[in-house]
Design a protein around this ligand. Sequence first.
Ligand code: ATP
Ligand code: MG
Length: 585
Amino acid sequence: MKASSYLIPTTKDDPQDAVVASHKLMLRAGLVRKSAAGLYSYLPLGLRILKKIESIVREEMDDAGALEFQLPILTPAEIWKESGRWDKMGKEMFRLRDRHDVENCLGPTHEESFCTLVKPMVRSYKDLPINVYQIHTKFRDEIRPRFGVIRSREFTMKDAYSFHLDEESLDKTYQKMRLTYRRIFARLGLSTIPVQADSGNMGGSASEEFMVVSPIGEETLTICGSCGYSGNIEKTPVIAASILPALAGDIEEIIETPGKKTIQEVASFLSVPESTTLKAVAMSYDGKYVLIFLTGDRELNENKLKNFLGANELRPMGQTELTKFELTAGFIGPGFKENNELLVLVDALVNWDAGYVAGANEFDKHKKGVKLSKYFLAAKVQSIDLAQAREGDLCPNCSSPLQAEKGIEVGHIFKLGQKYSKAFDVSVLNDKGKATLTTMGCYGIGVNRCMATVIEQCNDEKGIFWPISIAPFEICLVSIAKSVEDNARIAEVYEGLKEAKYDILWDDRDLGPGFKFKDSELIGFPIRLTMGKGFLEKKEITILNRKTMEEKTIVYNALSDLTQEIDKIRTELKQSISESLVALN
Ligand code: ATP
Ligand code: MG
């Protein structure tokens, strides 16, 4: 490909509304352009990268025995009503009516569509297991699209769904997908950490997210340097080292705390550590109510609470509700007026026999020395793990201290169980001729998010350095020549490389060398060849490894002199990818 007939609209300055490296660089390198909030057009260079990523994903999925489909993006409301998600999905689901006034939505995910499609095609246990997938557009009307294509409204997802006769078969495919994902990310040059994402109803490793550690990540993961445990902080169990005794004294007494409502205000007013205070959180869930006590230094993990309650919706109680239960906001503590409609839960880190500072259930008053054992019956009030984990907590596996890191989720694998097969009655006849409900798994990868995340990991002050596996072109040839004859001599080399099937872009544009060098470094072609005066006078070609910025000059007598050197760098660049693949086997 010649740059003179290509489109390379690079820019020098950072675009205004881009805050993260990948977003800035994708715009500056001319890979994408924003068309509206959360909507991006891919330009030729960007599309080449996206297609290369798709190819890797496709190769690995096909290798794992998955079957590729392509389903409509527009999906009828009817199937979403059948699964019950039409009402549950909320505003992220982009809904629209067609000319016949039929309700539809732009698919944010395709469990419903695939279930309806696959159902009549699988009849016998002999048809199973089956793993179906597509690489296609999804639409989610994200409330806050941001970081460019990392969280956009329209994006490409690889989504796969597997159907099985039993749990054992599901587990086999799940494990295969887990390995497939690790291979895919390794081939993309992305280092990811699979973290446990749901210990919910199905236990153990029923769901894992593939995270890329990055300061711009919206998720927090906990990592154990000792045993290798990793989990989403939302799901990390909090293990008490030994429940610390609270220090706030043993004898209960009322203290005036005028205007001190928050834990921080109370603790600093009384000069006690926050861990010796009790925090009360009043929540409403699915039309019911719960009051939770935690030590003041801990945050409630809503996910754990939701899982425990089996709740769909969770929100803080409003003033009317607090009034109904005679709860005084900011001053709630044990001794509040009990009510059968109000469930009480205590976080497992609270020591029932230690005296805490807690609300006195009166305006502007707290109490010291409050012991839960005096107020609650352990048989009635459950003590469970409801606290958000944090750095320094103990590893649930080996008890070493955990680290906390920010991470970007690039993929997710999930044992779905029978939720959707039940809703759509996807069953087969088993070996005894008896109708048996299938069990399912689902597996997603954000293709565009992967592209941006690679840039987050592979950039320097000059721009991007693409892993060779997904670079827009592997090689960029920068020529510095004016005359037709000189250009013809360079063209000969370029044609030779093209003929030999090298993935090469020739920057033959009539621009200054500085400009062309900058562009090639910004866009991030892994290998750059420079052919200018040195070549025209002394047959010298300079070869640059973009990642290391190491240069080497060779003398060109035959094409093989050049291809040998290129192949050496290509092998080097592919080395780390093959090494990480080998490590997976
Ligand atoms: P997130 O928590 O980031 O919103 P999710 O849990 O909603 O992700 P899934 O439904 O599991 O994501 O989708 C599978 C994959 O699709 C994700 O791992 C991610 O890579 C990608 N993805 C999800 N939402 C977006 C988005 N708005 N823009 C780009 N990629 C996305
Ligand atoms: Mg989401």
